[in-house]
Design a protein around this ligand. Structure first.
Ligand SMILES: Nc1ncnc2c1ncn2[C@@H]1O[C@H](COP(=O)(O)OP(=O)(O)OP(=O)(O)O)[C@@H](O)[C@H]1O
Length: 247
């Protein structure tokens, strides 16, 4: 589904990512770990196609197509959706109108908002004055309306209180399960996701398939995400440089 090959990226003349290789197969949920400033959000934003991130080398393939130089809207049309860590305020745009446009009129904003306890926010300007947790729920509401096939989720649990985390986690679980098919005993998973998490809280709700550790702008190793999380909690990131984490 998503394949990143030897990707090197600069912003304002500074190389933020180099020689990044990473994959998310159809139906997989992969996790991106890494210390602050490693380049995780930059990678997400590059995958989504934000124009300030210039690809100097390598490519991004989505369903076999080279999308490295496609604009954001084209990537969204092809099925990429992002929950940003810090999305911008959109003064003058009502959340309800955005949800309606994003779903192309196919989904009822009120019904989508009900699930996320966001009905009272539909008449408000997107993100303006929203609390940290409300922003996360607003981002999820927009993703539910867009219905992408690959979810890029940048720290979905950050700023979310311990009660609301269940709501956020369960919503992500439901979104990723859409299209889940279980012919006979075997299930084919629905959507794909790449999730950035520091705490791993979201992994209490979503089963992760593979973890990647990004340090200093490049992927240092990949492996079992739960083992990686355990290692990071116990030992921090110092070992990732030499890629000695248990996999
Ligand atoms: N538009 C930009 N212009 C200049 N520097 C940038 C830009 N975007 C990101 N950076 C820098 O790139 C580095 C990586 O940032 P990024 O947000 O990707 O880190 P991160 O791994 O997501 O960190 P965190 O875990 O703290 O969210 C940081 O030093 C950041 O200041």
């Amino acid at each position: 589904m998503l394949k990143i090959e030897d990707l090197t990226v600069e912003v304002n003349g500074k190389i933020l990512l180099h020689d990044v290789n990473l994959e998310v197969e159809k139906g997989y949920t992969n996790v991106l770990f890494g210390p602050n400033g490693a380049g995780k959000s930059a990678l997400m934003r590059t995958i989504m196609g934000f124009s300030e991130y210039k690809v100097l080398k390598g490519r991004i393939l989505f369903n076999g197509e080279d999308i490295t130089h496609l604009p954001v809207d084209e990537r969204a049309r092809r099925g990429l959706g992002i929950m940003m860590q810090r999305p911008p305020d959109m003064t003058g745009i009502k959340l309800g109108d955005l949800v309606k446009v994003t779903s192309k009129g196919k989904k009822d904003p009120e019904a989508l908002a009900e699930n996320l306890d966001m009905k009272r926010f539909l008449d408000r300007d997107v993100n303006v004055g929203f609390s940290g947790g409300e922003i996360k729920r607003s981002e999820l509401l927009q993703l539910a309306a867009q219905n992408p096939t690959l979810y890029l989720l940048d720290e979905p649990e950050s700023g979310v209180d311990l009660v609301s985390i269940e709501q956020v986690g369960m919503t992500i679980k439901e979104l990723l399960a859409e299209g889940l098919e279980c012919p006979g005993e075997r299930c084919t998973k629905g959507k794909s996701a790449l999730i950035i998490t520091h705490t791993g809280q979201v992994l209490d709700y979503v089963q992760a398939d593979r973890g990647y550790i990004l340090c200093n702008g490049t992927v240092m190793c990949s492996g079992n995400p739960m083992k990686m999380l355990e290692e990071i909690k116990n030992k921090g990131y110092q070992e990732c440089i030499t890629c000695r984490l248990n996999r």
